[in-house]
Ligand binder design. Structure first.
Ligand SMILES: [Fe+2]
Length: 443
């Protein structure tokens, strides 16, 4: 069954739809792309009767026989009316369909899913770290703040992106206030962007952590903890590598002194490993290692450890990287079967060597008042040397769940008016991003 062409301007406007496979599938031609959906998927995923399912309507309780007997485009071209085989009706928003298309739909003339392309990241000489104005983060109205926060989260979380930003036009450093570690500048910025920050199991509340070259308290911490011993090189790593659930976002503020800090795109380093040593890729991403540390300055000492692979992929994908876990200083050893140990160890050495190449290692001179925020899942950070003492850096972090909830909140708000709130609830973050990009491209 065909519908006449409809004049539309938005990239998610529907120009044509065809029922196929005797109602078991629906091909939708948007003004930008064409996708074929399983009728059963459309029936399972639709939210026109709400987001919750009952025992009778749960997708896994239903028979797999959903079929479409009629499909019609509304005159606005941004809604699709369906009549199901049992006589019930649904109205599906076109933007929701178009944003989901690359993930669950089939495209003509290709069998390669759009999501299957591995991300590439950046090299040191090609990265331009985006600047975000502090005044914009704390804009006059909440609506303005939300727009800035949404663009920041897109930069930090979504591919292709840099995964790192620099906050500029900050107020001058407040040495006294920062040493209190409560409600410090980096905490204020991260709470404004994300809503809340990490609650350490032993530190009180939201206190920041300092890495210092001169404070007595911090000097005590240096014992056995490379990130606190500023006399030595700190190899590129992710923070919380020894946590079962590492934090996702990190902010780092230069309070006093100067240091040469480093950043590396984990995605690009992995791409280089795959390009140069394809035989090592699989041993690398599947290898297990034990990461842990004992912190004596807590009483009793805090002991934490995790066993994981260096790369975690998005669920169901073997190519889309979700997170790197890498901290050479805190990793004890590989935990791999006898037969795979040697190759896995060579792969780990190769990855470490790539991380420290000039081509991959971005060197940044961290001065007082500099504030960087990055995605700790994809960007590794380190320190080559302390240049001016006394030197203190101030850190704060944000957990993965806080980031995910905030991203959905911001996208729900920005899509309001073009996509009903219920339709947003189940959408994966990447699909929310695509929906936002479609709307942004139209305006
Ligand atoms: Fe660190």
């Amino acid at each position: 069954m065909s519908q006449p062409l409809n004049e539309v301007e938005s990239p998610w406007g529907i120009v044509r739809c065809d029922i196929c496979s005797d109602g078991a599938a629906l091909t939708i031609a948007f003004s930008s792309e064409t996708f074929t959906f399983h009728a059963q998927w459309l029936h399972d995923a639709k939210c026109d009767t709400g987001t919750s399912r009952t025992a009778a309507t749960a997708y896994c309780s239903k028979l797999t026989d959903a079929r479409i007997i009629k499909a019609s485009i509304r005159s606005t071209a941004v809604d699709l009316d369906l009549v199901w085989q049992d006589g019930t009706r649904s109205c599906l928003p076109a933007l929701w369909l178009r944003a989901y298309g690359p993930l669950v739909g089939q495209q003509p003339s290709t069998t390669v899913p759009l999501q299957g392309t591995a991300p590439k990241g950046w090299l040191a000489n090609t990265l331009e770290i985006p600047h975000v104005d502090y005044q914009d983060i704390f804009a006059a109205t909440e609506d303005q703040c939300s727009i800035v926060a949404e663009s920041v989260l897109d930069l930090l979380l979504m591919n292709p992106s840099t995964g790192i930003i620099k906050i500029v036009n900050l107020p001058p450093p407040d040495l006294e206030g920062e040493h209190s570690k409560s409600n410090t500048l980096v905490t204020q910025v991260l709470k404004k962007l994300f809503g809340s920050v990490f609650q350490h199991p032993r530190r009180t509340g939201e206190k920041t952590f300092n890495v210092s070259s001169h404070h007595e308290e911090d000097a005590k911490r240096a014992h056995g903890l490379p990130n606190y011993d500023t006399a030595q090189v700190l190899l590129p790593h992710v923070d919380h590598a020894h946590y079962v659930h590492p934090i996702q976002i990190q902010g780092w503020y230069g309070l006093e002194g100067e240091s040469e800090n480093t950043f590396v795109s984990g995605l690009r380093a992995l791409q280089t490993l795959q390009d140069e040593a394809p035989d090592l890729y699989e041993p690398f991403v599947t290898s297990q290692m034990a990461v842990g540390r004992k912190v004596d300055y807590y009483s009793p000492p805090l002991r934490q450890g995790a066993v994981d692979s260096p790369v975690t992929f998005h669920p169901g994908s073997s190519t889309a990287v979700k997170r790197f876990r890498w901290h050479a200083h805190l990793t004890g050893s590989l935990v791999t079967p006898f037969d795979t140990f040697q190759l896995a160890r060579i792969a780990h050495q190769k990855f470490q060597e790539i991380l420290t190449r000039d081509s991959h290692l971005l060197r940044v001179r961290l001065r007082p008042g500099d504030l960087y925020v990055w995605n700790n899942f994809t960007i590794l950070h380190g320190r080559e040397r302390v240049l001016v003492t006394p030197r203190t850096g101030v850190g704060q972090t944000v957990p993965e769940q806080v980031v995910a909830d905030r991203y959905r909140e911001l996208k729900t708000k920005s899509l309001k008016g073009v996509l009903g709130e219920d339709w947003v609830v189940h959408m994966p973050s990447e699909v929310l991003f695509q929906a936002g990009e479609l709307v942004r491209g139209q305006t």
